[in-house]
Design a protein around this ligand. Structure first.
Ligand SMILES: Nc1ncnc2c1ncn2[C@@H]1O[C@H](COP(=O)(O)OP(=O)(O)OP(=O)(O)O)[C@@H](O)[C@H]1O
Ligand SMILES: [Mg+2]
Length: 272
C-alpha cells in the first residue's frame, strides 16, 4: 500500500482534479485504489457520487460522536465509510461540510487517519488523499498518514505563492511525526502553452528549493474537457479519451507510477 497526499494550501491549483484523475488512471491501469476526500468542500466526492448513496463520511471516521448519557462513543472504522466509485477498482471515502469540525478536535485525532489506513486499507495498492486548501489539522492528518506528497502548482504568476509555507509544514511533519514522508513531485497544472507566463511559472517552480529535480516532465494544460468530466461522473481519460488532456494524464500517471516503482499494469474497463 502506497499512500499519497495531494497537497498545496493555495486554492484552485488542481488538487482535487489531479487526485480524481490520477487515482482513476491508476485504477484503470488495474491497481486497487482508494481515494479519500479530506476536504470539507467535498468536491471530489460530488465528482463521483450522489450524496444519497452514502451515509458515513470521513468525519464519521475521524471525529468522536457526542457521548450518550456519559458514555464515550467510538468513531466508525475506515472500512465502514468506503463506497464504490463509477470506475472499476476505485473506491472512495466521501466527505462533506461536517468534516470542517475536525479542525477544532483534539490533537490526538490527527493520528487516527494513519492508524485506520494501516488497519483497514492494506488491501489497496494505492491510496490518494485530496487535501483542503489550508495548513490545518486535516492537512497534518493527511501528511502524517502519507508516505508521499504530490504538489500541484498552477502555471500562473501566483504559482509559487505559499509553496515555502507548504515546504515548512512538510518539514515539520517530517521532523516531528512522520520521518518517512517523501516528496513525490510537483505537477504543473493549468498550463497555457501560448503564454510566456506559463513557461516562466514552470521555471520558477523548478527552482523552488524543495522541488529542484522533482517537477514532473508532463504539464497538464488548461483544457475545458478537464473541467467538464466531473459533471459527467467520468474520468477525463474516458470522457475525452482521444483528447490531448487524456494523453497528458496517462503520461503523468506513467511518470508517477515509475517514481513509485510500481510495475505497469494493463488497462481494464469501466463499469457499465
Ligand atoms: N487542467 C485543467 N484544465 C481545465 N480546468 C482545470 C484544470 N485543472 C483544474 N481545473 C479547474 O479549476 C478549478 C479548480 O480545480 P480544483 O478544484 O481541482 O483545485 P483545488 O486545488 O482542489 O481547489 P481547492 O483549493 O478549492 O480545493 C476547477 O473548476 C477545475 O475543474
Ligand atoms: Mg480541492
Amino acid at each position: 500500500m502506497k499512500i499519497i497526499a495531494i497537497a498545496n494550501q493555495k486554492g484552485g491549483v488542481g488538487k482535487t482534479t489531479l487526485t480524481r484523475e490520477l487515482s482513476a488512471c491508476c485504477a484503470l491501469r488495474g491497481y486497487q485504489v482508494l481515494v479519500i476526500d479530506a476536504d470539507p468542500q467535498g468536491n471530489l466526492t460530488a465528482s463521483w457520487v450522489d450524496s444519497s448513496i452514502y451515509e458515513a463520511t470521513l468525519s464519521h471516521v475521524l471525529i468522536e460522536p457526542e457521548a450518550v448519557q456519559g458514555f464515550k462513543r467510538e468513531p466508525l472504522t475506515l472500512d465502514a465509510a468506503v463506497v464504490e466509485s463509477p470506475v472499476t477498482n476505485l473506491d472512495l471515502i466521501p466527505a462533506d461540510i461536517r468534516l470542517a469540525r475536525f479542525e477544532s478536535q483534539p490533537d490526538y485525532l490527527t493520528h487516527r487517519l494513519r492508524k485506520q489506513l494501516y488497519e483497514h486499507a492494506m488491501l489497496y495498492d494505492l491510496v490518494f488523499i485530496d487535501c483542503p486548501p489550508q495548513l490545518g489539522k486535516l492537512l497534518t492528518a493527511a501528511l502524517y498518514a502519507a508516505q508521499y506528497v504530490l504538489v500541484p502548482c498552477a502555471a500562473d504568476a501566483m504559482g509559487l505563492q505559499g509553496l515555502s509555507d507548504l515546504s515548512f509544514t512538510i518539514e515539520q511533519v517530517r521532523e516531528n511525526v512522520n520521518s518517512e514522508l517523501t516528496m513525490l513531485g510537483a505537477v504543473i497544472n493549468l498550463y497555457k502553452p501560448q503564454r510566456n507566463l506559463s513557461a516562466e511559472a514552470r521555471a520558477a517552480v523548478e527552482q523552488a528549493h524543495t522541488l529542484v529535480g522533482y517537477v514532473f516532465d508532463t504539464n497538464l494544460h488548461d483544457y475545458s474537457k478537464v473541467a467538464e468530466a466531473p459533471s459527467q461522473r467520468l474520468p477525463v481519460v474516458l470522457y475525452a479519451e482521444k483528447h490531448r488532456a487524456a494523453e497528458q494524464l496517462w503520461s503523468l500517471t506513467d511518470e508517477i507510477l515509475e517514481r513509485l516503482q510500481m510495475d505497469a499494469k494493463h488497462l481494464s474497463v469501466v463499469k457499465g
